[in-house]
Ligand binder design. Sequence first.
Ligand SMILES: [Fe+2]
Length: 179
Amino acid sequence: MIKRIGTCSLEIPLFVFKVVNHDELKPKLLSQIEELGTYSYINEGQRISHTDWHLRGDRDFGYKKIFLPIALAHMALLSKEIHRNKYTGFIDECWFQQYNEGDYHGLHTHNGSLASVYYLELGDKAPHTTLSINGKEVTIPVAEGHIISFPSYIEYESKPNGTNRKTVIAYNSWFKEVL
Ligand SMILES: [Fe+2]
């Protein structure tokens, strides 16, 4: 039997990075995504018009060939930032989500130890990511080309999208000591 005997409040780090060649990458990634056809994911917790969630464990195709080296470079920077390069970052799952008008993704958590989201296409009025921490909503100010990372156990959501299409690439990662 287990019971909670206390809580220790810590500041939760949320990292924001910028893909410096985003303008060059954006059309290439979107064109590769468009070639995948349309696969919608709709249930009571989400309405996402186009995603490759079902291919999240595969890595050797289309946009992932372009994007995963960037995500791994991002993991290396995070390792330097968080652990002074003591650990190597690994990516288990990677997928995109494309939101049309009204699409949303309700509160959820991710696998792995760190969740990351790259804002590939984000209109001026598109909803940003909203974290829910102890019932309190915290909306992260981001812009197109940014990547945010936060602990995977934190609940977050994407509120209903406006008229401009929004596209994100998400990935789940973890760290292992380099021996
Ligand atoms: Fe997510």
